[in-house]
Design a protein around this ligand. Sequence first.
Ligand code: SME
Length: 168
Amino acid sequence: MVEEFRVSPQLSKEDSYKELIPQIEALVASETDLIANLANISAALKTAMGFLWVGFYLVKNEELVLGPFQGPIACTRIQKGKGVCGLAWKMKESIIVADVDQFPGHIACSSASKSEIVVPVTVYDEVVGVLDVDSSVLRGFDDIDRRFLERLVSALEETWVTPIALDI
Ligand code: SME
């Protein structure tokens, strides 16, 4: 296994994703353990892209429960429809928040978080979790992030074995 992902310095955000995402996809494709993959995806995205917080919430007993992540400690449980994560789950679509202070119901886990993107993970039309990424700058995310993070999540969905089915 590679020790570190290679992302050339000074690249645009789009080109950084273009270098990084195939490396993460290859890593995920070669490992069957879900938690290991979620942990490595979080670490790879955070270290290569410089985000404040990257992690997964997993649907367990009709609520989102904190899964593997990188960054400051975070809230552990989120109800359906609540916060950005709970809304992305309910709507079954990605949500970009340019300024978390302007988002009604935003759940603030870290005061350093200024903007956020949440991408639902959907298997057989059921949301099984969400990928949540926080930035320390306002307007940290746009359609480029949405496109590449959705592509990454699609690759993950193909390998998904639900923790619920495994009773983890
Ligand atoms: N801000 C999220 C909560 C999770 S943390 O950002 C890690 C929300 O509003 O759902």
